[in-house]
Design a protein around this ligand. Structure first.
Ligand code: FNR
Length: 352
């Protein structure tokens, strides 16, 4: 295997390593996969307006998210069942994130528990939550996450229906060599849990959640100004502009295109984050120039995990960090605060 030089190369390696249906589950988007391609393509419609002759001998990438100091504005999005990618699954992700000094979000549908992830050592971690019909189950999950030292809840609001990947039944696993997957993924439980997702979830549940926990709540899956305003009113501590990695509703815009209207609607009252298609340090810069306080990455984590385990995820975080730092230097920005809207031009901007 040659030296990896950019994050996207891990996808091809994962494709060669993983059983086809597992790879397809990770890589695919909904229906025509228009939004999947658009999440990437839209970044290429934003160009830089670099400033020159600025002393960039010292560059500070660090930032604060919900009061927690992290080394860079690049964090890990929740992705389900990471032991399908690698036997160490979420353990590897947790270790790589804390080594990089950044935040990991653990999926509700992880193959490791909150306690197990906490046992890997110190680190700032968020817990992603789906709301189930039985609110008592939700309350117990939140309590466990709190006790395990998780610092925030990322409430996923774009998934009123979950189509279970067809291979997530034990039957379809027969004859496959998936390592620990068979014990890690009790398919009976998985389909039961997916069926328990509450489609009646509404904004009043966001308020209810605040009555059962003092953890800050990030609303994950906002794509419009209208919903951003309601999220602020409903007491959200932050918004994640996300289209679930283009896995839910096809033909929603790329998240990078929806970002600016959400940022404007939030009026600086709560931070706005973005996930979807972030694969380059330049993408991180573009998101911050459009007002994001940070970004999260999904697939690059599972692909690099599949390819090289913990070392792979560390490499991904390091490559994104290096590229982002270089982008800052070449644009004349020494700190995140210095990244402005004037450092980019989008093809949807009015002519000057
Ligand atoms: C996801 N995503 C996701 N989101 C969530 O809230 N809970 C979950 O369990 C999962 N699981 C999951 C599995 C896989 C395989 C993927 C690819 C994605 C969505 C995820 O948090 C994030 O929104 C996207 O992955 C971001 O887009 P990129 O970085 O994958 O392009």
């Amino acid at each position: 295997m040659g030296e990896i030089t950019n994050v996207m190369e891990y996808e091809e390696i994962a494709k060669q390593k993983l059983p086809k249906m597992v790879f397809d589950y990770y890589a695919s988007g909904a229906e025509d996969q228009w939004t999947l391609a658009e999440n990437r393509n839209a970044f290429s419609r934003i160009l830089f307006r670099p400033r020159i002759l600025i002393d960039v001998s010292k560059i500070d990438l660090s930032t604060t998210v919900l009061g927690f100091k992290i080394s860079m504005p690049i964090m890990i999005a929740p992705t389900a069942m990471q032991k399908m990618a690698h036997p160490e699954g979420e353990y590897a992700t947790a270790r790589a994130a804390s080594a990089a000094g950044t935040i990991m979000t653990l999926s509700s549908w992880a193959t490791s528990s909150v306690e197990e992830v906490a046992s890997t050592g110190p680190g700032i971690r968020f817990f992603q939550l789906y709301v189930y019909k039985d609110r008592n189950v939700v309350a117990q999950l939140v309590r466990r996450a709190e006790r395990a030292g998780f610092k925030a809840i990322a409430l996923t609001v774009d998934t009123p229906r979950f189509t279970l990947p067809p291979f997530l039944t034990l039957k379809n696993f027969e004859g496959l060599d998936l390592g620990k997957m068979d014990e890690a993924n009790d398919s009976g439980l998985a389909s039961y849990v997916a069926g328990q997702i509450d489609r009646s979830l509404s904004w009043k549940d966001v308020q209810w959640l605040q009555t059962i926990t003092s953890l800050p709540i990030l609303v994950k899956g906002v794509l419009t100004a209208e919903d951003a305003r309601i999220a602020v009113q409903a007491g959200a501590a932050g918004i994640i502009v996300s289209n679930h990695g283009a896995r839910q509703l096809d033909y929603v815009p790329a998240t990078i295109m929806a970002l600016e209207e959400v940022v404007k609607a939030a009026q600086g009252r709560i931070p706005v984050f973005l996930d979807g298609g972030v694969r380059r340090g330049t993408d991180v810069f573009k998101a911050l120039a459009l007002g994001a306080s940070g970004v999260f990455i999904g697939r690059p984590v599972v692909f690099s995990l599949a390819a090289e385990g913990e070392a792979g995820i560390k490499k991904v975080l390091q490559m994104l960090r290096d590229e982002f730092e270089l982008t800052m230097a070449l644009s004349g920005c020494r700190s995140l605060k210095e990244i402005t809207r004037n450092h980019i031009v989008a093809d949807w901007d009015a002519p000057q």
